[in-house]
Structure formats: C-alpha cells, structure tokens
Write a protein that binds this ligand. Structure first.
Ligand code: HEC
Ligand code: HEC
Length: 223
C-alpha cells in the first residue's frame, strides 16, 4: 500500500518536474528526463521549493538557484546528493563558512533533502560558451600528469556537468560562477576547504598557480 503510494508520487514528481523543464528554452540537449530523476535524489522537491523560500535560501541563491550576489554559487540543477553532502558538512563544521554554517545548523535532515531536491530539479546552470584552446582548456581536458594534475573532465565530466553514475560525489562545475570557482580553488589549495574524499581536490589544487586558477575558473564558468 505504502509502496504503491510512493510509486504514484514518484511518477507525479517526475512528470511535473519534466513539464517545468520543457517549458524552458534553455535546457541543454543532453539534459534528459532520466537525468532529472538523478538530480532530484530522494527528497520531495515540491516541499523543498517552499522550504527554501521560508529558510531564505532563495534570497541569496536565487528563486531557482541562479545566484547573482558576489561569491554566491549557483545551485540550479546541481545534484541533490552533492548539495545534501555540503549542507551536512556545513552543519557539522567540516566545511567552514560564516554564513552557511549557521544557515545549515537550523536545518533538519529531511529539510536539507527536500531543499536539495528543489534546487536540483531546476534547469541546470549553463555558461555562455568557451574558447577551445588556452591554459584553462588544456588543464580541464588534459591535465598535467608531470605535476599530478588529473584532467578535471575525468571526474567532473566532459562539459563539467558531473557524473550521473556517481552524482553524490562529483558536482557540476560547468556554468558555475567564475568568482565562486576561483575562491574554491584557492580554498582547496590553502587547505581551508578540505572536505573532498581522500583530499583529492587539495592535492590537485596544490599544484595550480594563480594564473592557472584564473584561467580554469574562466574556462569552467563558460561551459
Ligand atoms: C546570506 C546569503 C546566503 C544565504 C541566506 C544562504 N546561502 Fe548558501 N551560500 C552562500 C555563500 C556565500 C556560499 C559560498 C560558501 C563558500 O564560499 O564556501 C554558499 C554556499 C552554499 C552551498 C555550497 C554549494 C556548492 O557548490 O558547494 C550550498 C549547498 C548552499 N549554500 C545551500 C544553501 C541553503 C540550502 C540555504 C538556505 C537554508 C542557503 N544556502 C542560504 C550564501 C548564502
Ligand atoms: C579525481 C577526481 C577529481 C578530479 C580529477 C578533479 N576534481 Fe574537482 N572535485 C572532485 C570531488 C569529489 C569534489 C567534491 C568535493 C566535496 O565533496 O566537497 C570536487 C569539487 C570541486 C570544486 C568545488 C565545486 C563546488 O560546487 O563547490 C571545484 C571548483 C573543482 N572540484 C574544480 C576542479 C578542477 C578545476 C579540476 C581540474 C584541475 C578538478 N576539480 C579535478 C573530484 C575531482
């Protein structure tokens, strides 16, 4: 009985999210409905829409997760399971930020999942295009194994849209805001952010120069 109700609800959730999606012209060709189910995770995105407004998340991250304030990341179309992990990390203090630590401390686990589902359900963040050459292109696509820099695309996906098969681990970075990307790469390099599995992002960022961080942020924000 319960299970039947759950199946009906899921079908409804996917259907209504799909119609929201098709209403927009900005949807990337590869962004299929089955990807959408992965992006939403296991939360209730309808409840999450309301909660993210009441909890003021939309004030900074935008109504649909497209932020405009300096240093504030987009959450639109980010994988819910990645968002949830970050909120848990902010809540426990494993990831530090003066605004996000108290914001996350006020949220119960269920609220986090629902809010994450809502932001994940929106049209994914999208950049304005990239030049297929230069320092940023090269490091993103090829890396530099002499310096232990793995190509970013090997984990973050060809267009920086993460990995559907391991979406709780590898976030979407393509189309993310340039200033935010730059800040995070500096934080990984300095070690002030150190919540990636096996410190993988600290290892990679520690080999990057300031100019390379600048070029990568520019390239990735355009994807
Ligand atoms: C006053 C502005 C503000 C409010 C309100 C706010 N945020 Fe944030 N949020 C930020 C900033 C700034 C960052 C970047 C933190 C950093 O640099 O590490 C951030 C980061 C995040 C991240 C990490 C994103 C990533 O790509 O890793 C998540 C998830 C997030 N916020 C969710 C929320 C949720 C959910 C709420 C509501 C409960 C919320 N935020 C409310 C400003 C805000
Ligand atoms: C071996 C896999 C791997 C490679 C290669 C990799 N990353 Fe990551 N990256 C991750 C993981 C895992 C996370 C999520 C960390 C967490 O859970 O907080 C991440 C997070 C990030 C974030 C933070 C995203 C956010 O929303 O806050 C940025 C920015 C980033 N990576 C940039 C890069 C760049 C640039 C490169 C290439 C120079 C790169 N990554 C290569 C695994 C990788």
């Amino acid at each position: 009985m319960l299970r039947a109700a759950f199946v009906v609800f899921s079908a409804f959730a996917i259907f209504s999210a799909a119609s929201v999606l098709s209403a927009s012209v900005a949807v990337a060709a590869e962004d299929k409905v089955w990807d959408l189910a992965e992006r939403i995770g296991s939360g209730n995105f309808i409840a999450g829409k309301d909660k993210s407004r009441v909890e003021l998340c939309q004030e900074c991250h935008g109504e649909q997760g497209n932020a405009t304030g300096v240093g504030v990341p987009h959450l639109a179309g980010q994988y819910a399971d990645y968002i949830l992990k970050q909120l848990r990390n902010f809540k426990s203090g494993e990831r530090k930020h003066p605004v996000m630590n108290p914001m996350a401390q006020g949220l119960a686990e269920k609220e986090m999942g629902d809010i994450a589902a809502y932001f994940g359900s929106n049209n994914p963040m999208q950049g304005n295009g990239v030049k297929e050459s230069g320092i940023g292109w090269n490091l993103f696509n090829r890396g530099d194994m002499k310096r232990n820099i793995m190509a970013c695309k090997s984990c973050h996906g060809e267009h920086g849209k993460g990995q559907i098969s391991a979406n709780d681990i590898f976030p979407t970075i393509g189309g993310q805001r340039k200033l935010y990307l730059r800040e995070q790469l500096f934080n990984w390099r300095a070690g002030s952010r150190n919540n990636s599995p096996d410190k993988v992002m600290n290892v990679i960022a520690s080999a990057l120069s300031d100019d390379e961080i600048e070029a990568l942020s520019d390239y990735i924000s355009g994807l």
